[in-house]
Structures are given as C-alpha cells and as structure tokens.
Design a protein around this ligand. Structure first.
Ligand code: PA5
Length: 465
C-alpha cells in the first residue's frame, strides 16, 4: 500500500544536516516508549480514530443514507470547515478525476460534489447560484461536531432559508446533518426540523474524523469504495504495531520529524508528485498543525513546539519554491509523496525527432517524466544538503489512501508523545472561534468583545494611504 524511504534524511546523504546512527541510538528508548504509549492507548480504546475501521454502525448508517439519496441526487454540497471538510476534499481529489464535477450526470457515477469550507461570500453565492434548477435534486450535508462553528452555522442558516423559500415544506429532505449524536445546537435543530442525521464520533477530534461518517458519506455518494478505504486503514494499523521501531515506518517517521525539529528544521514541506495526492497534503497540514503546535507540555510547562507544515506540488512548485528550498535557510524537511502507478497515463508522441531540444521526450510516459522530476528534485536537494523522506503509494486507490490516513494519524500520535504534548486538543482554535462569536455580537461574549475592540477598528496612527 504505502512505504517510507528515509535515506535522504540520513547523514550519509546530507551530512551534518541529516541523522546519524548516534542520533537514532540516542532517541531509541524515547521512541520505543512513545510507541508503546500509543499502542497502549489504542488497546485501551482511548484513541477513537484507530477504531473507526471497526465501527460497523457508522458504515451501516452511511450505507443506509447513500442508498436513500444517491440515485435521486445530482449535487451534494458539504457545509463544514477544518476537520469537517479537509478530509472530504482529500478523498474526493485523490480518488476521483480532477474533472469529476464537469462530467455528464449520466456518466459521473455520483452527484457533483462541492465542499464549502469558507464563508467567502463569492464562494457561497457562486455555488448556490450554480445549483439553480438542480436545487430540487441537491443534498446539503452540514457537518459540525460542535454544531456551532460560525462559518458552518451561517452557511447552514443561509441554505436552510433558501430551501424553505424555494422548496417549501419539503426543505428538510434536502439536509443531512452530521453532528454529535446526543447533544448540541445542530443536533437539536436536526431533530426539530426532521433531517436525516449521522454521528460525529464523540471520541474522535475533527481532524482525525475523516474515516467516520464525516468523510465517508460524501465519498460513498461519489462512488468511492469506502469498505476498501477502511480496509486499507485497518491493514496499515496492523503494520504499525510491531515494536522494533527502526523497522516500523510509523515510529521511524515520527522520530525523524522530531529529531529534525530539534536539529533546526522546524518546517516540514509535504510535496506530492501527483495532483491527486495534493489534497492529502492540505489534510496533513491541519492534522500536524493543530495536533502538534502547542504552547504547553503535558505537565503544563511552556513548550512552544510544533513543526510548521507546509505544502508544495511537484512538479509545479519546482518552478516556484525549489530555489528557496535549495538555497534559502536549511530549516526544512521535505516529505515527498510519490505513486508507483497513476490512475491515468499518457505518452509523449513520436514527433519533432529532428529538434534537439525536444526529441529526447518522444515516447516518454508522463508518469515517468513526473517520477524523473521527483528524483531530480530529491537529488538537487541532497546536493544542497537538504534532508528529504519519501512516502511511496503502490497505487492511488482506496486501500493506499486509507492506509496513508491511518499512517499519518498514528505518526501524529507518536510525535505527540515525543513532543510530550496533548495532540488531541486545539485551545488556540477555540479562542479564535469564541472571538468570532464576540465580534459578531453573540450573547455572553461581551467582555471578550470589549477586549477585542482595539483590533476591530484600525488605529489611524498606523494606517498609511
Ligand atoms: O480539528 C478540529 O477540531 C477543527 O478543525 C474542527 O474540525 C473545525 O474547527 C470545525 O469544527 P466543528 O466540526 O465543530 O464545526
């Protein structure tokens, strides 16, 4: 399914900027403990995300609703943000053609999918306008664990009123709510209005929830084989159990990222050589940033840790970022994603044989060119002593994508142990959410609104015109 190749991060390749046997030996015990702690938490049922492949009730509920809606739905619009959207986008972009929404209704094999993960008025208005006469065959899947996130809530209110105005009493048949099973604002409204609902698992944080109904419903509606996705995730978890950490791809990647962070490489660039895999880099950015970017360690002491995850696309960003990555500060670990096979292929035709600058390309498969460019970048970075690792997908299919998701969630857990922080909360995100409530005038947030005032209105002294 997937494998880790890490030679490019070793001292053999990048000298003092890489990891030596001494580095690995020094960290061995710490990594072994971290791995044991994560395995113990999984065995004790404390890491809900690891159990998602086993949760038949979720699969059944998703299956019921897909059976109910798929045939009569031309358009599916997800309303959600962060962990309630990025996984949906990653699955769709990895496993469906880039032109999916442009394919004829009869050929596509599922509804068009739009994920509205922002409150940009253009994004929301343009998408709602596009639905036009298809509104009667559109389903809106509103996803919010808390049920009160301002972005999702405001979109939901706009959509609900639009549906009520245009479809009358039938409006509730066009909304499926994915939220807390037992409580919360969205839960209560769904019940009162009579929407179909799916649960967001109580024991799984948003950014770890893609393999729950949060991500599975839109995927299954669009024809992604979610059983295979979950099978890939389950198989990967098994692969991550064995305890020789030097041979375990999960513990090794967690150790490398932790060591690199402490070796003056606080930036980690995920660079897929595949447009299909690019959405996974976005998903990873949230997983890594919210899980590992923490001010306090688990003893409450100042920590201020967390690698900064950024994304780049190969080959596109070779022509945009590579200059910086090779000659700028040597403060990055590049994590390549590559695929052994791609779902599509094209070969450069046998033309321009007499044009010296082009003839070498004749007969080259685009996948071979893409791969050559990846190796070329890996080599060029190594020449500049820039460390890299590669995660190789055997194929871009459901099993490998499911495996990658479980892999990175597990790596995040082990890295959380190494950094000695709580990888499952996001206090800084919560403050931003509350400040939004205060600024928009939600009751109960008056004190915070007063504190924010200096930020709400520009101080003229510092405005230049
Ligand atoms: O990972 C997280 O917890 C966050 O990114 C949330 O997913 C995001 O803020 C959306 O929250 P909610 O699903 O409660 O609307």
């Amino acid at each position: 399914m997937i494998q880790l190749y890490y030679k490019g991060a070793t001292a053999d390749v990048v000298g003092a900027h890489g990891l030596s046997e001494a580095d690995f030996n020094q960290v061995g015990q710490k990594v072994a403990h971290a791995h044991q702690a994560v395995c113990d938490q999984i065995a004790a049922g404390k890491l809900g995300y690891a159990d998602l492949p086993n949760r038949k009730t979720y699969r059944d509920r998703v299956g019921q609703l897909v059976a109910k809606y798929k045939a009569k739905t031309t358009d599916l619009v997800v309303l959600g943000i962060g962990g309630s959207a990025l996984g949906n986008i990653a699955l769709q972009t990895a496993l469906k053609p880039v032109t999916y929404n442009l394919i004829d209704d009869a050929q596509r094999g599922g509804p068009r999918l739009f994920v509205l993960d922002n409150v940009d008025p253009c994004l929301v208005s343009d998408t709602l306008d596009l639905l036009g006469s298809r509104l009667g065959s559109t389903v809106f899947n509103v996803i919010s664990k808390s049920g009160e996130t301002a972005e999702t809530a405001s979109q939901f209110m706009i959509v609900r009123e639009m549906l009520r105005a245009k479809l009358g009493k039938d409006f509730a048949r066009h909304i499926v709510a994915t939220t807390d099973e037992k409580k919360g604002t969205l839960h209560d409204i769904a019940k009162a209005d009579g929407y179909d609902t799916m649960p967001v698992p109580e024991d799984v944080g948003g950014r770890f929830s893609v393999l729950s109904p949060v991500g599975l419903f839109s995927a299954a509606m669009c024809g992604i084989d979610t059983d295979k996705l979950l099978a890939g995730a389950a198989a990967m978890l098994k692969q991550l159990e064995p305890h020789d950490w030097r041979k375990n791809p999960g513990t090794m990647l967690a150790a490398i990222t932790w060591l690199m962070f402490n070796k003056g490489k606080p930036i980690q660039v995920m660079m897929p050589y595949s447009n299909r895999l690019y959405g996974l880099a976005d998903w990873y950015r949230q997983l890594w940033a919210e899980s590992l970017g923490k001010a306090k360690d688990r003893a409450g002491k100042d920590a201020f840790v967390g690698p900064t995850p950024i994304k780049a696309l190969g080959t596109t960003d070779q022509h945009s970022q590579a200059q910086l990555y090779r000659e700028g500060p040597n403060d990055k670990l590049v994590i390549f994603l590559e695929a052994a096979t791609h779902p599509r292929e094209l070969t450069v035709p046998d033309v321009f044989g007499d044009v010296a600058g082009l003839s070498y390309l004749r007969g080259t498969k685009l996948s071979a060119l893409l791969q050559a460019e990846k190796v070329a970048t890996e080599y060029a970075l190594a020449v500049s002593q820039r460390p890299t690792v590669t995660i190789r997908f055997d194929a871009i299919d459901e099993e490998s994508v499911g495996a990658f998701i479980m892999y990175y969630e597990f790596v995040t857990s082990v890295a959380g142990e190494l950094f000695n922080i709580n990888a499952y909360d996001q206090p800084a995100v919560e403050l931003g959410k509350q400040a939004t409530f205060a600024l928009i005038g939600r009751k109960g947030y008056e004190k915070m609104a007063a504190d924010i005032q200096p930020f709400a209105k520009p101080d003229e002294k510092y405005v230049l015109r």
